[in-house]
Design a protein around this ligand. Structure first.
Ligand code: F6P
Length: 324
């Protein structure tokens, strides 16, 4: 039985990370295990930034955005030398297992680390992007979508008042998971996501035919990772093709990463935090705890990284039908 574990957050922060840290800490306490927090992800691991956590350390955090452990993307951990230093710090501090809250990059680091040094890690999916295979939803996704949607509702008001076409860029480095519910929920005319390869020409065609049907204002949601280019580039090409269209661009940006987590994110983070610690104590390693079809599942890091979580193509059709 492990006696001491540590938890850290890494990569882009997401609403609900604190709720997950809280669940990890309290589950460890519940099982009589000592728990440490590692500040600033792998960077802090290399530098030995460890803090002892107890039940009281995570009081009054479930509702807070960001991460009390802070987060970072560490270049040094990508080197063998950096990982050796991190391992030495863990050994010196008696840490036998890790809970990693993060996304793809976090789990890639954990996999290499385990192969080289044998430190068992269980992951919790903490990213707004929802692009991880092995869980229906990631911690922070629901809140981020609602934040973006609230912004789109406001943009729609002004788009309507001025008969304008807004190109709204939402986050999602490689995926359209945030963009799609924003488009459906925000009543957008078009959604552009990296998974579907919609051409700018077809966006122009759709806008032209909507214009001819007397529509006067439009919302085009563009995922950050769209292959045709970002919202600015797409808007510029559309403007060149339809000069009479009064176009504007809004990049919603990092407000999607902050704020108090939604009820769904607090619930998910709490469930996964408990499952991650209990998985680790039961001998699991190199797996991510997730919820699929309402069931708790543990998926090997390898699959979470390399298997593609596909978007539901029928959602694209929904946007088309609902914007008629
Ligand atoms: O992975 C989460 C995410 O917000 C992506 O959607 C986005 O591409 C990226 O992080 C931005 O990272 P940074 O905050 O480092 O600019």
């Amino acid at each position: 039985m492990m006696k001491r574990i540590a938890v850290f957050t890494s990569g882009g922060d997401s609403p609900g990370m604190n709720a997950c840290i809280r669940a990890v800490v309290r589950t460890a306490v519940y099982h009589g295990i000592e728990v440490y927090g590692i500040m600033r992800g792998y960077s802090g691991m290399i530098k030995g930034e460890f803090v002892r956590l107890d039940s009281a350390s995570v009081a009054n955090t479930i509702q807070k955005g960001g991460t009390i452990l802070k987060s970072a993307r560490s270049q040094k951990f990508t080197t063998k030398e950096g990982r050796q230093q991190a391992f030495d710090q863990l050994v010196n501090n008696g840490i036998e297992g890790l809970i990693a809250i993060g996304g793809n990059g976090t789990f890639t680091g954990a996999t290499i680390f385990e192969q080289e040094f044998g430190i068992p890690t269980v992951g919790a999916p903490g990213t707004i992007d929802n692009d991880l295979y092995g869980t229906d939803y990631t911690i922070g996704y629901d809140t981020a979508v609602n934040t973006a949607l609230e912004a789109i509702d406001k943009i729609r008001d002004t788009a309507d008042s001025h008969d304008r076409c807004f190109f709204v860029e939402v986050m999602g480095r490689d995926s359209g998971y945030i963009a799609i519910p924003c488009a459906i929920g925000g009543g957008a005319e078009i959604v552009m996501v990296p998974e579907t390869q919609m051409s700018t020409e077809s966006v122009i065609d759709t806008l032209q035919s909507s214009w001819q049907r007397s529509k006067t204002s439009f919302i085009v949601v563009v995922a950050e990772g769209e292959v045709e280019g970002n919202a600015q580039i797409v808007a510029q090409r559309v403007k060149e093709a339809i000069p009479q269209l009064d176009t504007r661009v809004t990049v919603i940006g990092h407000i999607q990463r902050g704020g108090s987590p939604s009820a769904a994110d607090r619930m998910l983070a709490s469930q996964i935090g408990i499952a991650a610690v209990e998985g680790l104590l039961n001998g699991m390693r190199n797996v991510m705890a997730g919820i699929m079809n309402r069931q708790l599942v543990y998926t090997p890091f390898h699959d979470t990284i390399y298997k593609k979580k596909l978007i539901n193509q029928s959602f694209m059709r929904m946007v088309e039908i609902l914007s008629v």
